[in-house]
Design a protein around this ligand. Structure first.
Ligand code: GUN
Length: 287
């Protein structure tokens, strides 16, 4: 008999974490006179990116971090952004630097990410930090998969020896998610747009992470009964409502635990950005 799935409440978990971050910021201020600082760079006018960046800056302020936001028009010369990054790398007020992705097509995204000091790379996208994660010795874990791992820990979800399937192979979510699951002892399959017979893979998953970017892409018949379903998607429907990659209403009748959208992974991403920024400041202060 299948009962309705337990909801993994990312919003509440993120709030709990953020209350703890506030205390860590106060402790660092008291002990070292250091206020953790985040600089966010946004290029262009993508409405979703504008919302994400504003949410990140607001979360910083609420937790007592210093933050600055740098906005450039979509046609800005990449050299201007690279010069700003060089300045932020040298700025002692700034412990974390985040360049919101995607960048406009005339940017070499990798070159921009490599320009960020690895010690300030709170997204964990610099090749050095990707390498550290791949070797199982992470220094900064990309915020979204980091948040998902926190949800597993909070929910007491055991990963060791379990079948985990990740749908999506992006550098931001799919790849680092797969590395974290491997490091945690799961048997990991990464599916993507070229995968044949996707359902044959997803039906085997004890843990399913969907990072596709398509509303209702994962349907209930694709799930193993009793699976843990993590929905990373944030999609806007024509009527303006947000929805995930998973057909939540049907999937919750098959899954054992499931994340909602909104209120699931999204708030955790922001919480882990704060965690990484505070961590960067603590390391810089020698703690
Ligand atoms: N775009 C979508 N997600 C992310 C993220 O986690 N970090 C950055 N920098 N850009 C993003």
């Amino acid at each position: 008999m299948i009962m309705t799935a337990q909801i993994i409440d990312g919003k509440t978990l993120a709030q709990t974490l953020r209350a703890g971050f506030k205390k860590r910021v106060e402790a660092l201020m008291a002990a070292q006179g250091v206020r953790p600082g985040l600089a966010v760079i946004l290029v262009g006018e993508d409405p979703a990116s504008i919302v994400y960046v504003n949410n990140k800056v607001r979360a910083c302020e609420e937790a007592g971090l210093y933050s600055e936001k740098w906005r450039y028009p979509a046609d800005v010369a990449p050299a201007v952004v690279l010069e700003k990054i060089a300045g932020l790398n040298a700025d002692p007020k700034v412990h974390g630097i985040l360049v919101q992705l995607p960048l406009p097509a005339h940017f070499d995204e990798a070159a921009v990410l490599e320009a960020i000091s690895p010690q300030k790379d709170v997204d964990g996208f610099h090749a050095e930090n990707v390498g550290a994660l791949a070797q199982g010795k992470p220094r900064f874990i990309p915020c979204t998969p980091y948040g998902v791992m926190k949800m597993f820990a909070q929910g007491g979800i055991d990963l060791s020896g379990r079948e985990a399937v990740v749908i999506g192979r992006s550098n931001i979510v799919g790849k680092p998610m797969a590395l974290l699951l491997i490091n945690a002892g799961a048997t990991v399959t990464v599916c993507h747009s070229r995968t044949r017979d996707l359902k044959a893979h997803t039906r085997r998953a004890d843990i399913l992470v969907a990072a596709v970017g398509k509303p209702h892409f994962v349907t209930a018949d694709m799930l193993k009964p009793g699976a843990v379903v993590i929905d990373v998607g944030i999609n806007r429907l024509p009527d303006g409502r947000l929805c995930g990659d998973v057909d939540f209403d049907a999937a919750k009748e098959v899954a054992r635990q499931i994340t909602p959208v909104p209120g699931g992974v999204g708030p955790m991403t922001i919480a882990m950005l704060l965690a990484n920024t505070i961590e960067a400041a603590e390391r810089e202060a020698g703690q």
